[in-house]
Design a protein around this ligand. Sequence first.
Ligand code: GTQ
Ligand code: FE2
Length: 345
Amino acid sequence: MQERKLKHPALAASYERIAKLSALPLWEIMGDVVGDAPSPMGVPHLWPYAEMRALLMEAGRQISAAEAERRVLALKNPALDRPGISQTLFAGLQLVMPGEIAPAHRHAAGALRFVLESDGGYSAVEGERCIMRRGDLITTPSWTWHDHENTGSGPLIWLDGLDVPIVNFFGARFGEDHPGDQQPILRPDDASVARWGSGLRPDGQRHDHPWSPLLSYPYERSRAALMACATGTPDPRHGFRMVYANPLDGGHILPTIAAFLQFLPAGFETAPGRSTESIVFVAVEGEGVARIGDVELAFAENDVFVAPNWSPIRLQARRDVVLFSFSDRAAQQRLGIWREEETAH
Ligand code: GTQ
Ligand code: FE2
């Protein structure tokens, strides 16, 4: 409070006595507490895949997946002073080399994986292997055991998204290692897709969790659904965009994180708009330009970029573009605070 210009400088002496009791005169800081509009936290930023991949492969030669526990380059927002790609989200690029295993553990933070390169491998989640193919989305809900293995002959690389800053904000950071390197497998590969992903659900089987029972959303299906719906005029704000849905209630994949797949036809540019969520994008196909706040980011395949909360976003497709994105919208909607609006630019 020392730094700010006081509304009532005449009361400064009294403010010091208030501060000594560890209290604050709310009338001097009202805007910070219940202000009329949020400010973006962190800055828009892009991580070019070619350079990130080179550093990841270098790490692959220097440290094993087992030794690293997780061989991840965490994407740190340049304007935030703790790990996290945004105020609410953690993101990283993870590499597992052929034959390697990332050992089993579980934690309070929920995660998703979006596969960028795969020649064979899986993420085992709570007793089943979710096969990793390029473009697949796999979730690791809170406190579910997970380990990863590369069974192919090329590098296995994916984008991790976690709700770590949210969980840590609440002071709920628990985690533990599994006694074995790998957890026991209890069901067939991609069992959740067969059980919950067909439009039918197992009669009498309950799923009493605040996340989707589908642990895998294979790209083949997601892309086909997106393209089948990409007819007529694109939405001016979002182009053709689909939400990864919980098949039981149409809700988001995780209680905190929402995920999207979006098609922007070549030449299309979205109308500008913003929302209270922070959003992490990865270019799955094509190339274009993202204008976020006053920053312009040219993106190509596999580049990752972030839009902070309440930053105007404009996306332009130079070629046909498919974007995967995830955000904290699920958490905000559960709290009843999510908002969006159109902006002038
Ligand atoms: O793969 O289990 O990027 O626990 C950060 C924490 C990945 C993982 C991350 C993790 C993982
Ligand atoms: Fe983990």
